[in-house]
Design a protein around this ligand. Structure first.
Ligand code: ADP
Ligand code: MG
Length: 212
């Protein structure tokens, strides 16, 4: 029997109340399948179509384990485009409304770099960005991932299609080996299978079929 109430999950009460306020009354299929292993700390590969609620899937995983008192980058979400990164940041901020003083920073190419440098000097808990720009900040020593607990690759198939393999590899080389890695993809070609095999540790593979 499946239970699709968010309250069946081991989530902090403040997050559950906020989900209520947002009108998220039930988990979507990918949330119901992926959140239990994510909240248990496992690596997860999740394949589900656009609009299925993947952002809240990794977002709740990130927020449930975040220690806001500890002012270091604890989660990094990599996205293929600036538009997608902005959408992810907006959804994370909505989900995090009940968490005071949380700082979510968006670092994308095509945006001016100076304000990003200034923001990084003040620190952040969660970074959302595109691989090239995140790599630049890492290479210049403005961003440090030593305290990273959770790495998310969102729309991983599109990131590879756009030729971000090298940037992804160099960002991930700077992340701690002991971490949780979550990979989201609409499709699962051989290139994504190979990437997953290299980056994830005994992942749970979830595939949500189209609903008819
Ligand atoms: P995906 O990344 O899978 O394409 P999104 O994470 O962008 O999908 O979610 C699509 C929309 O569904 C967003 O507007 C989001 O706020 C909404 N949403 C996500 N989960 C739920 C839920 N459990 N209940 C209601 N709305 C939800
Ligand atoms: Mg998405």
């Amino acid at each position: 029997m499946s239970n699709n109430a968010f309250s069946s999950l081991p989530l902090p009460q403040a997050l559950l109340s906020n989900l209520d306020d947002l009108g998220y009354s039930a988990m979507t299929a990918v949330q119901a399948q992926a959140l239990p292993p994510i909240l248990a700390g496992q690596d997860v590969i999740a394949q589900a179509k656009t609009g299925s609620g993947k952002t809240a899937t990794f977002g709740l995983g990130i927020l449930a384990q975040l220690d806001v008192k500890y002012y270091r980058v604890q989660s990094l979400v990599l996205c293929p485009t600036r538009e997608l990164a902005d959408q992810v940041s907006a959804e994370l901020r909505k989900l995090a409304r009940s968490i005071h003083n949380i700082k979510i920073l968006t670092l994308c190419g095509g945006a001016p770099i100076r304000p990003q440098i200034a923001s990084l000097e003040h620190g952040a808990h969660i970074i959302v960005g595109t691989p090239g720009r995140v790599m630049d900040h890492l290479d210049q020593g403005r961003l440090n991932l030593d305290d990273l607990r959770c790495l998310v690759l969102d729309e991983a198939d599109r990131m590879l299609d756009m030729g971000f393999q090298t940037e992804l590899d160099s960002v991930i080389a700077k992340a701690p080996l002991k971490r949780q890695t979550l990979l989201f993809s609409a499709t699962y070609p051989d290139s994504i299978a190979a990437l997953s095999a290299r980056l994830l540790n005994k992942p749970v593979h979830i595939k949500v079929e189209e609903q008819h």
